[in-house]
Ligand binder design. Structure first.
Ligand code: ZN
Length: 153
């Protein structure tokens, strides 16, 4: 089997697993940041709450509905970001949006995304980029304090 095809099957499995058993689902009662992001072209919706303490992202939870990719992406994003310092979260968020627009990063940097690397493979499919990046856009809004009404459409 060509490596590419094999990788795609692995990616698909990670996505399906995450969507079936999402991590960090719920809502933080005493959150510091909150946002809701929509992807109207697919009908995805994600609500995020985040709690920061000592300059670290202590907790980040999501609720939402939509396609497998959007929900898996939210699960992967929240898992990766939990426990990171704000600086690290900002760097990761920037790298992710750069990758989504086709910028290249060294493999060493990309490895820091862990399981969330699977989302990069989805970026090859233009129709699904918004599904894969929706939760990250929400993270971006919370980190940089963009207005809640804005979305990535
Ligand atoms: Zn979607």
């Amino acid at each position: 089997m060509p490596l590419n095809k094999k990788m795609r099957i692995i990616y698909r499995q990670v996505i399906l697993e995450q969507a079936a058993n999402p991590k960090n689902r719920g809502r933080i009662e005493d959150f510091d940041h909150e946002t809701t992001v929509y992807n109207p072209s697919c009908g995805d919706k994600i609500h995020l709450t985040m709690k920061i303490s000592n300059n670290k992202i202590e907790k980040i939870l999501f609720e939402g509905s939509g396609c497998t990719i959007s929900q898996a992406s939210a699960s992967l994003m929240t898992s990766l970001i939990t426990g990171k310092s704000i600086d690290e979260a900002v760097k990761i968020s920037k790298m992710f949006s750069d990758l989504a627009i086709g910028k290249k990063y060294p493999e060493e940097e990309i490895k820091k995304l862990g399981d969330a690397q699977v989302l990069i493979s989805i970026m090859e499919f233009p129709a699904r980029i918004k599904c894969a990046t929706l939760a990250w856009w929400g993270l971006d809004q919370m980190l940089f304090g963009r207005s809640e009404g804005e979305n990535n459409d």
